[in-house]
Design a protein around this ligand. Sequence first.
Ligand SMILES: *Cc1c(COP(=O)(O)O)cnc(C)c1O
Length: 411
Amino acid sequence: MIKRNKNFEKLTAGYLFPEIAKRRREYSAKNPNAKIISLGIGNTTEPLTTHISKAMSDYVLSLGTVEGYSGYGDEQGNTALREKIAEVYYKGYATADEVFISDGAKCDIARIQTLFGNKVKIAVQDPAYPVYVDGSVVIGATGSANVQGNGYKSVFYLPCLPENNFFPDLSKIKKNSLIYFCSPNNPTGATSTKEELTKLVDFAKLNGCIIIFDAAYSAFIRDESLPKTIYEIPGSREVAIEVNSFSKPAGFTGVRLGWSIVPNELKFADGTSVNKDWNRVMTTLFNGASNIAQAGGLAALDDDGLREMKGLVDYYLENARIIANALKNDKFKKAGVEVYFTGNAPYLWVRFPGLKSWEVFDKILDQCHVVTTPGAGFGPAGKSFIRFSSFGHRENVEEAAKRLVEKLNLY
Ligand SMILES: *Cc1c(COP(=O)(O)O)cnc(C)c1O
């Protein structure tokens, strides 16, 4: 028989979200009358908007005609969509030939790991979106040793806490590392300033590092002074790949459409072009994003589409404000609960001093019938934090906020 890929054994205790789903199921089985509301998973809840969904539906119908039919398209994506993304999001920063359309940011992150292989050292913000570490583990980029202490031998965790304003100590990063950096951040919501990102880019340049900049929440940035793309930072084109997605701003979590930017100036140690190899990855291992999804993406970027996306994002940001207000209640303040909500991301990151995150998770589920996400699932630095997600219908969010105020007793 064929042997199991040993790297799978090195994945730490189950993936976060299946564990949450399991605890919720078990709780429901024991308490069948509990009306559970989820502020847990980062999945969108509001319907596709009319202009964008109509564009996709029209496109599907045209595929049913001789004139409108098309099969495989360019693996890098429709030229019109690549041009539109470059124009809308990267004017003066990146060009259409540097835009690669994909089936989503998470999938691109997994493919990016094949681009750099398993000998590379990895630095991640702690806490972080799980795929940066887990995807690296699966391809064997853990170093020789197995799980040790906080994680893996060649994965370096960079604590991001209120104490350092959620910006890591870059001196902990080894030379020639791949640095995963997410801003606005999932799970903390922290959004780095121009000065902070300049430090990051300068560090990468000086130390031979490449930044994988995850900008999946850039559409949530409302503070005009904060950079929406890493390419606003001078010098970044030599050191950074950016991944982004229609998932959160357009509700495309199920439709599947994202993109990556690989600048022409980005080079490997031997001087060869990263863009060239990325083109190879996309043409060899990927066969192009759905043409239906791309029709939706194109519609999302015209005036009506942009207005609709802004409406969706505003809705979730308002949900986040409702949850923040509930958690800023006197009862929690007196107990020392710290609420971090930036207004530039759909998540709230909340510290419950003296408690472990899974413990808080269980208590909120038990007392309020609300599902959250324990911070420990995102990395060691999340251990006394809970992530509250604002993805939900307004009436559910309001009801959950009310229950938190009226029912939650943690201390
Ligand atoms: C949701 C999310 C993504 C988006 O992934 P898709 O595969 O495009 O749906 C990427 N990065 C982070 C940090 C996310 O939270």
